[in-house]
Ligand binder design. Structure first.
Ligand SMILES: [Zn+2]
Length: 395
């Protein structure tokens, strides 16, 4: 398969998704500020050992990304005592380590690998002798799991069978903004980032209750993510549907109502264009050092363009279904489905919509959005729309 063929893309997506699913691990929760002091590497047999030296305990998670192969370690409530932004390592699987600060109190370490790897073992060590607190990751080369239906073709070459599709559709929920970016600030002083996170968590629980979906969130805390990383996350998770959740704001406090948006190079109207410009500004927050995952979702490839067209149609179809459901539970804007150049909706192969639940700048609507029972009714409409959309796609 050529790297541009749709089959190739599908296989790569499946591999990335399976990796992401199995590799998210969490450390122990602790409070207080800790600093990253140093990193070290070593080799033990097949394993590449990566050691993070800290001056205190830390909460962390790791996940794996492909194309190119990377392991990402996010350390929560951890600052950096070292000033370097990257370090060449060249030990075992690791080519280099890069350091970033995706949120005020988060330090991110990205390991660039020579080939796909997995974190096989994680050790959290207390101070001992000359050593302080350490997180030790043992990284192994990833061996593709042998599918049960390997076949030997006429030419005698063993070829892996096609991996089965995941048993349930994967929905990625993307609460907007986070960390130093509050999004819109409401009449009461409430922040968009908190309301949309609450809504996303509730929607996740409601979707999982049905037993029909696997739900992944781009952020499940007060973190900021680059818009391109949200897209990357959706693709890496193998998303069948991506929903970015926001709440709007405008200088006229009388304006209210829910809006549903999809991607288009040309905006449906001036207001949608201004909204997209506003939402895209999330990548320009001062003092946040985003550079870390390195991903360019824009590919000028004809097959990607074709995939994009299919995806756009599916996104519009879902937006229409959503509007039909939401009109039963809340007030909608006139021309509820609009489109513009939202960067967070740019995955070429994942149907994506952005919901503006309502207006933070309208005091009555802000009160509704802060109300859990209103959100429940609203989100039940979203669940029904997902049910309708998914049953039409996976008969
Ligand atoms: Zn927003």
């Amino acid at each position: 398969m050529r790297p541009t063929s749709p089959g190739y893309i599908k296989v790569v997506m499946t591999v990335i998704m399976l990796t992401l699913m199995v590799s998210v691990k969490h450390g122990l929760a602790v409070a207080g500020e800790t600093a990253l002091v140093n990193v070290r590497t070593g080799i033990s047999g097949e394993l590449t050992r990566f050691v993070i030296d800290l001056d205190g305990p830390a909460d962390f998670r790791t996940f794996t990304l492909d194309d190119p192969a990377r392991i990402v370690i996010d350390l929560s409530q951890v600052s950096r005592a070292m000033s370097e932004r990257e370090r060449g390592i060249d030990t075992g699987l690791i080519v280099r380590a890069r350091f970033g600060t995706p949120a005020v109190d988060v330090t991110r370490v990205v390991l660039d690998l020579v080939e796909p790897g997995v974190v096989q073992d994680t050790l959290v060590l207390e101070p001992e002798g000359d050593y302080g607190h350490r997180i030790v990751l043992d990284i192994a080369p990833r061996v593709a799991p042998a599918p049960p239906d390997n076949t030997v073709e006429d030419d005698g070459i063993l070829r892996p069978g096609i991996k089965p599709a995941p048993p349930v559709p994967i929905i990625v929920l993307d609460p907007g903004h986070g960390g130093p970016d509050p999004g819109a600030v409401g009449a009461s002083g409430a922040h968009e980032k908190d309301i949309v996170l609450a809504a996303a968590r509730e929607l996740k629980a409601m979707l999982e209750e049905t037993g029909r979906y696997h739900v992944v969130m781009t952020r499940d805390g007060d973190w900021i993510l680059r818009l391109a990383d949200r897209v990357l996350f959706a693709r890496a998770a193998g998303a069948d549907l991506f929903i970015s959740i926001h709440a709007d704001s405008i200088d006229n406090p009388a304006v209210r109502g829910t809006g549903v948006y999809t991607l288009s190079e040309t905006a449906s109207d001036k207001e949608a264009e201004a909204l997209a410009r506003n939402e895209n500004r999330s990548d320009l927050i001062e003092g946040v050092d985003f550079v870390s995952i390195d991903y360019d979702p824009v590919t000028t490839n004809i097959l990607i363009d074709l995939a994009q067209r299919d995806t756009k149609n599916a996104s519009s179809e879902f937006a229409g279904i959503l509007a039909n459901e939401l009109i039963r539970v809340t007030e909608l804007r006139r021309n509820v489905h609009r489109f513009a150049g939202f960067r967070v909706l740019k995955a070429p192969d994942v149907p994506s919509v952005l919901i503006e639940m309502g207006f933070m700048s309208n005091p009555a609507e802000e009160r509704l959005m802060r109300d859990r029972s209103w959100r429940r009714t609203f989100l039940a409409g979203v669940v029904r729309a997902i049910d309708t959309f998914m049953s039409s796609r996976r008969p």
